[in-house]
Design a protein. Structure first.
Length: 81
């Protein structure tokens, strides 16, 4: 059995109303919630609301995520709202 590690991801609301991670690769996970929040803050500061609404269902939120060790790919990409 694989022991998972906890990483942090930015999440958004998809068109069906489900909360899911912005991306599903280890390079898009963060070691701390603060790092994930910094990513969100940067995206929010550097894009217009029109652009953000095209890309993501807002609000963006940080969530803990079980990930595989070493490469940190998320085990799953859906979260409780």
């Amino acid at each position: 059995m694989t022991e998972f590690v906890i990483r942090y991801v930015a999440t958004h609301i998809n068109k069906d109303g489900d909360r899911m991670s912005v991306a599903a690769q280890g390079r898009d996970t963060h070691a701390t919630p603060e790092e994930a929040q910094a990513w969100i803050d940067s995206v929010m500061a550097n894009n217009s609301m029109d652009r953000l609404n095209q890309l993501f269902g807002l609000p963006l939120e940080v969530r803990p995520c079980e990930c595989y060790p070493n490469h940190f790919d998320p085990v799953g990409i859906y979260f409780d709202n």
